[in-house]
Design a protein. Structure first.
Length: 296
């Protein structure tokens, strides 16, 4: 028997929202009922209109008037999400927050997907968080003792960072650090982001450094590879750029993960859009499956 698709609304017509729209239209479990922004002439809104999606420039007001939504993706900014949260919650839909507002259940699908689909407000942390948290956790799993410090830096092409991302950089750092602490159990963490203006644009990469006195990396390397293999189930372009090495200067394990985007909205350099949007779609589709009594 063919299962019905869940109705989806998207608020935020920037880079993340526009890339997300393509992934929704490709899904066998989701259907975009409305795509909301503030300016019908913006690139994202024009992009959505070309795909013959129902659009509105009335932002949150148009979204909450769409009474048949099962899932809402908020792809605005942390500040806007705070402002809209009560209205979003009043819809009764599952809220999947693509901003670093951290008002909802922090989710990394590789770690806590089954718990996330039982919540009503799920936060997808940040693109850097989706890359660094599972890798940091894998490194910790391969060590005998819990490390005292984790540091991560994500580098993304400047062209891939829209207004919402730029307006939320402080929240990006705080939310990524919070997620690193929560999932790894390491109290001292630091997260950084670098918007690289290089031409041609560089692909997204995330470096994770874990301070430890343990120099034997066999088990760490195994755990990191297993982690990336799992992540590739829903993030096709993620890969290991630099396998775990031991840096004697910092007494730390260091590894670098790369993400090649699928080019759904921006070219393949924008892997930062893919990694968070693929994670968000994973939550939405798993929620849809749970509603239809399918295995997640």
């Amino acid at each position: 028997m063919k299962m019905s698709k869940l109705n989806v609304g998207v608020i935020g017509s920037g880079n993340i929202g526009s890339d997300l729209l393509v992934k929704i239209t490709r899904s066998q479990h989701l259907e975009c009922k409305i795509f909301c922004g503030r300016n019908l002439e913006s690139p994202g809104m024009q992009f959505a209109q070309q795909k013959e999606v129902n659009v509105s420039d009335r932002s949150i007001d148009a979204l909450i008037e769409q009474t048949d939504l099962d899932i809402i993706f908020d792809a605005t900014s942390a500040e806007t999400h705070f402002e809209n949260l009560s209205k979003l919650e009043s819809t009764g839909a599952l809220i999947i927050d693509m901003t670093p507002a951290k008002t909802g259940f922090l989710c990394v699908p590789d770690i806590n997907l089954e718990e996330a689909v039982k919540e009503r407000n799920v936060n997808m942390i940040t693109c850097g968080g989706q890359a660094s948290v599972p890798i940091a956790l894998a490194i910790c799993k391969g060590l005998q003792d819990l490390p005292k410090y984790i540091e991560t830096i994500s580098t993304i092409a400047s062209l891939s960072a829209g207004t919402g991302t730029r307006d939320s950089l402080d929240e990006y750092i705080k939310t990524t650090q919070l997620a690193l602490k929560k999932f790894s159990g390491v109290k001292n963490t630091k997260a950084l982001i670098n918007l690289n203006p290089a031409t041609p644009p560089i692909n997204m990469s995330t470096t994770v450094m874990v301070e430890t006195e343990e120099t034997h990396l066999t088990q760490v390397t195994i755990e990191v590879q297993k982690c990336v293999d799992r992540l590739q189930r829903y993030i096709p372009g993620i890969h290991i750029k630099v396998h775990p090495v031991y840096d004697d200067r910092r007494s730390a394990v260091v590894t670098t993960i790369g993400v090649t985007g699928m080019g759904d909205y921006l070219p393949s350099y924008a892997g930062n859009l893919d990694i968070i949007n693929c994670a968000g779609i994973m939550v939405a589709e798993s929620y849809a499956k749970s509603r239809n009594n399918e295995d997640i």
